[in-house]
Design a binder for this molecule. Structure first.
Ligand SMILES: Nc1ncnc2c1ncn2[C@@H]1O[C@H](COP(=O)(O)OP(=O)(O)OP(=O)(O)O)[C@@H](O)[C@H]1O
Length: 279
């Protein structure tokens, strides 16, 4: 069983190509997540969060840039290598619990089934009961999925994802459409996976309460890292090219084309817009 793995993306670009129009979903994401860290990915609709999560999960390859998970470079991995990684090392909870589950199997059977590919690769997997109890589903192992609440179904989706004790757990909107009690249980389950398995956890969320419960958040805006939150404090992040995305409140005053002097005062930098007549 593996402990958490670090993630490092460099100048990650993804373009969806279709007839007539191309969509640049990611346009240079530099992201570093430490082994065993738990982070939230935030950002407006269409910002590129799901695309980033899918690339981290090895579902498809980026148009440009690199993704390092542990010591594997995903953009250079073969299809077979990506399949093997997804069988145990990297787990992805897709949005919508049912998409992660076999509907005619019990939670226990779903977890057992999810361990099959990892076992075939010779990977050591945890006991099914331990997986169920890690996510808070001990006692519901034999239930029909149709008898579970929406929150329990989502916990079951998390159990399936962590069935082979992955080094990285990625979850796309795992709390959407849940009430507050169920939402808190799902977040507690992810925290427990992070604590007891040591897995690195990356959660896409739109929910400000979920974001506030995470030690670190990364905001994706227009296909780039637009900012970071650490312990409630908001930061802009300098990109590898030296760009500094403005936070939303500053964008209102510093409209595109504004000339700005960047002045240093001790170890502080001040943005000083030129008077309007000089622009
Ligand atoms: N399969 C696809 N083909 C073409 N364009 C796509 C595809 N998937 C996503 N996009 C486009 O890529 C951009 C980023 O989409 P993505 O789903 O990654 O954003 P998101 O931040 O996850 O949005 P949401 O919060 O609404 O789920 C959007 O402009 C979207 O329309």
């Amino acid at each position: 069983m593996s402990a958490g793995l670090p993630i490092l993306t460099s100048r990650l670009v993804h373009i969806y190509r279709s007839e007539g129009s191309d969509v640049a979903a990611l346009s240079g994401v530099d992201l570093r997540v430490r082994a065993g860290e738990q982070i939230g990915l935030l950002g407006p609709s269409g910002a590129g969060k799901s695309t980033l999560l899918s690339l981290l999960g090895g579902l498809f390859r980026p148009s440009a840039g690199t993704i390092q998970v542990g010591d594997v470079e995903l953009s250079a991995a073969t299809t077979r290598e990506l399949e093997d990684l997804r069988a145990g090392t990297i787990a992805l909870v897709l949005q919508g619990a049912w998409r992660n589950l076999l509907p005619y199997l019990t939670p226990r059977e779903n977890v057992g089934f999810a361990q099959y590919a990892a076992r075939r690769l010779g990977r050591e997997v945890p006991e099914v009961d331990d997986v169920l109890s890690t996510v808070g589903l001990a006692g519901a192992g034999e239930a029909a999925l149709t008898a579970l609440t929406p929150g329990q179904l989502q916990l079951c989706a998390v159990a399936v994802a962590v069935a082979a004790a992955p080094g990285v757990l990625l979850a796309d909107e795992p709390t959407s459409q849940l009430d507050h009690v169920a939402r808190d249980r799902v977040m507690a389950a992810l925290a427990e996976v992070n604590r007891s398995l040591g897995a690195t956890v990356v959660v896409v969320t739109h929910d400000p309460d979920v974001a506030a419960s995470l030690p670190r958040t990364v905001t994706i805006r227009d296909g780039r890292v637009g900012g970071e939150g650490r312990s409630g404090e908001e930061y802009s992040v300098v990109t590898a090219d030296g760009f500094l995305p403005l936070p939303t409140h500053a964008r209102e005053a510093l409209v595109p084309g504004t000339l700005v002097r960047v002045e240093q005062s001790g170890d502080r930098f001040v943005l000083d817009p030129a008077p309007e007549e000089e622009r």
